[in-house]
Design a protein around this ligand. Structure first.
Ligand code: GLY
Length: 314
């Protein structure tokens, strides 16, 4: 069978980073290097307030970052969660995969490990995200000084968390047919300290297998953890379901649990891709070898119906 054309797929906020990955794939490079390179572009961009530097902080004003990377050929994986003070959680996740006997390191241990390998440090709370945090606290009747003195954070977190849970996904297949996937995020804005979403949880927010394809999620991460969504989507590809049906089915599963915003991107090992959502106006992006610029398209919309099950529409 002919090899697939090298392709990278992203959530819509990853469109501008796709060229960085394609530069690697175009010279015969690996899907794993491509998805890491793309993720690093978004992590370093303070304009994306859902990822890396400039990502929205937890309720205490700390930017806690989650990231994971999967090599679909070797099934090696690496992840970090609640990492603070470093610019590229995706590269720390990759180092967990390649340099430790572990697959997942969190919190102070993740920061310690990042320091130990000489990862680049960063002040991830920017003046503008600090201002957003202070305003969110003000709406909740708090200030930076009062929140730090509070014994009980939960009553405040109930007021500060909303639907702000951006993330960026990258799925790639290279010219040799290797599939890789990377997900990186600052998680749910103004969350309880230590809250971890789906992005670093392998099988929930991120999964791939070079035999079948890849899937990754954005939106309400708790749903992807409860539904083991990315692994389930790749299992559906393995069973022969087309990418668009696997994406629809994932949103249907999420809709059966909750009405929160939820999105998925899917890429088959042959380079066919699709994306679905339960919210209007969400897009995804892709770049295939030979294309001059990334394209974006609306995701398949799968609305939540009152009746059990979801109603799908374009
Ligand atoms: N999907 C990102 C998160 O829930 O943290």
């Amino acid at each position: 069978m002919p090899r697939p054309l090298a392709t990278i797929v992203a959530s819509g906020n990853g469109a501008n980073a796709l060229a960085a990955g394609m530069r690697i794939l175009a010279r015969g490079g690996a899907a794993l290097d491509a998805v890491e390179a793309c993720a690093k572009v978004v992590e370093a961009d303070p304009a994306d307030t859902s990822v890396g530097r400039g990502g929205k902080p937890n309720v205490l004003g700390q930017v806690e970052l989650d990231a994971s990377i999967v090599d679909g050929t070797t099934h090696r994986t690496g992840a970090v969660a609640a990492l603070t003070g470093y610019l590229h959680p995706i590269s720390v996740a990759r180092a967990v995969m390649e340099r430790t006997p572990h697959v997942f390191i969190v919190g102070q241990g993740a920061a310690r490990f990042a320091g130990e390998i000489g990862a680049e440090r960063a002040r991830n709370l920017t003046p503008s995200t600090r201002a957003l945090w202070v305003e969110k606290l003000r709406e909740a009747g708090e200030t930076p000084a009062t929140i730090r003195r509070r014994a009980r954070l939960l009553p405040v977190v109930r007021k500060t968390v909303g639907e702000e849970r951006g993330t960026v996904n990258f799925l790639a297949v290279d010219a040799k047919g290797n599939v890789a996937s990377a997900v990186t995020t600052s998680g749910w804005a103004y969350k309880y300290p230590g809250r971890v979403g789906d992005s670093p949880v392998i099988g929930a927010g991120n999964f791939c297998d070079s035999r079948y394809g890849a899937a990754a999620c954005t939106g309400f991460g708790e749903l992807a953890i409860r539904g083991v969504t990315a692994k389930t989507a790749v299992d559906r590809l393995a069973q022969g379901m087309p990418a668009d049906m696997a994406a629809r089915a994932a949103i249907g599963d999420a809709n059966a649990l909750d009405d929160a915003a939820f999105n998925i991107v899917v890429l088959t090992a042959r380079g066919v891709h699709a994306a679905a959502t339960n919210r209007e106006g969400r897009r995804y992006a892709w770049l295939t070898a030979g294309m001059r610029e990334p394209l974006t398209a609306p995701r398949i919309l799968v609305r939540r119906s009152r009746a059990r099950g979801a109603r799908a529409s374009r």
